[in-house]
Design a binder for this molecule. Structure first.
Ligand code: AHG
Ligand code: MN
Ligand code: MN
Length: 341
């Protein structure tokens, strides 16, 4: 039986714990919940509403700034989040996986007439989008920073290029066998399950923490031979200790399972792609923030990802995240290889 707390009630109740909180972040978080409901409806009926497959522009498949083919649902989710966040007075700018540069949100001339909002949002509107056509889970990932530049001016790149430890909030939505929204404002991680008959997210997973021990490791096996030194022996070690392999191809789904069941997610750099595939601002950083809040840890190369200051908006990074003990085991395996080079 799901508890009585809706996402909105919970967010507002938690706001009271922060001295001087104005409610601006609460408003932004509940707006993200609203956009998630809209995307959820489309994901759930994608086969019926003709939105499976690749997005077409001028008779050709379109690509995002990173040269990746866009699915129709990538474009729909991007439009939806940008529209909802763009009308939220608290948002001053957005960086989306699907957009080449910062989306500036100017509220001057609107009711409260205050120029640009004080938060910036980094978002992967639809994560794992190649799963849509085969009916496997997908997600949304978001991170929220407080702006550093004056609110009278458009947001600048430096507002987004902050370390993950300085995020004000981060979270994800998992469109799975049920739809969940999981978020943290730095006081633990809480998960909410969507009840479609009522149209609300209800608190179902309070104070999420990694369990004592791990049972799962997640990596794309096809990348194992070219992965940076240390990853392959570590995976062998996982197998010998009885961990099982699970990998859906949607980072959100793999991260969520590993948080609940105990496990580690790895997308390493490789000989041909030293920075791996995943993006720092809207994939790695929000999940590193959540992992830390749930008692886990995150590395990129050998550094603690929480403390890394990004240098560009669509920067890629290797990602190792999950149960702290497993991340530590991996680091030891990588260290040992480095010492032998
Ligand atoms: P996106 O759909 O937002 O581009 O993200 C896909 C990502 C991530 O979700 C997943 O873990 C990873 O790509 C899978 O990559 P491989 O197919 O290379 O394993
Ligand atoms: Mn993604
Ligand atoms: Mn995506």
């Amino acid at each position: 039986m799901i508890g009585a707390n809706t996402l909105q009630e919970f967010v507002v109740a938690r706001q009271a714990e922060f001295a001087g909180a104005t409610g601006d972040l609460s408003r932004l978080l509940t707006d993200i919940g609203t956009a998630a409901k809209m995307v959820n409806r489309h994901v759930n009926s994608a086969g019926l509403s003709g939105i499976l497959g690749t997005h077409q522009e001028n008779g050709q498949g379109s690509q995002n700034v990173q040269g990746e083919t866009q699915q129709k649902l990538d474009v729909y989710a991007d439009d939806t989040f940008n529209r909802v966040l763009g009308s939220c007075l608290k948002v001053g700018g957005i960086v989306s996986e699907e957009q080449p540069s910062i989306i500036h949100v100017d509220h001057s001339g609107r009711g409260e007439g205050r120029g640009y909002g004080k938060y910036v949002v980094c978002i992967d509107p639809l994560d794992g989008s190649s799963n849509v056509d085969v009916n496997i889970s997908v997600g949304t990932i978001f991170g929220i920073h407080r702006r550093k530049s004056p609110l009278t001016q458009p947001a600048e790149a430096t507002d987004f290029l902050q370390p993950a430890k300085d995020l004000v909030a981060a979270g994800y939505v998992l469109y799975g066998s049920s739809t969940m929204l999981v978020y943290s404002t730095g006081c633990g991680v809480n998960g909410f399950t969507f009840d479609p008959s009522i149209g609300e997210f209800f608190l179902s997973h309070p104070d999420m923490k990694y369990p004592e021990a791990s049972t799962v490791y997640s990596i794309n096996d096809a990348n194992l031979d070219t992965a940076v030194p240390g990853v392959k022996p570590y995976v062998k070690d996982c197998r010998s200790r009885g961990l099982t392999a699970r990998y859906t191809g949607a980072l959100v789904a793999d991260f969520h399972r590993n948080l609940i069941q105990g496990g580690i997610y790895m997308y390493p750099g490789s000989t041909d792609k030293p920075e791996g595939k995943l993006r720092m601002l809207y994939e790695a950083q929000p999940l590193a923030f959540l992992a830390n809040q749930a008692g886990g840890s995150t590395r990129c190369h050998l550094h603690d990802l929480l403390h890394v200051t990004p240098t560009s908006l669509h920067q890629r990074t290797p990602l190792f995240t999950g149960h702290a003990e497993e991340v530590q085991n991996l680091v030891q395996a990588m260290d040992a290889q480095t010492l032998h080079v």
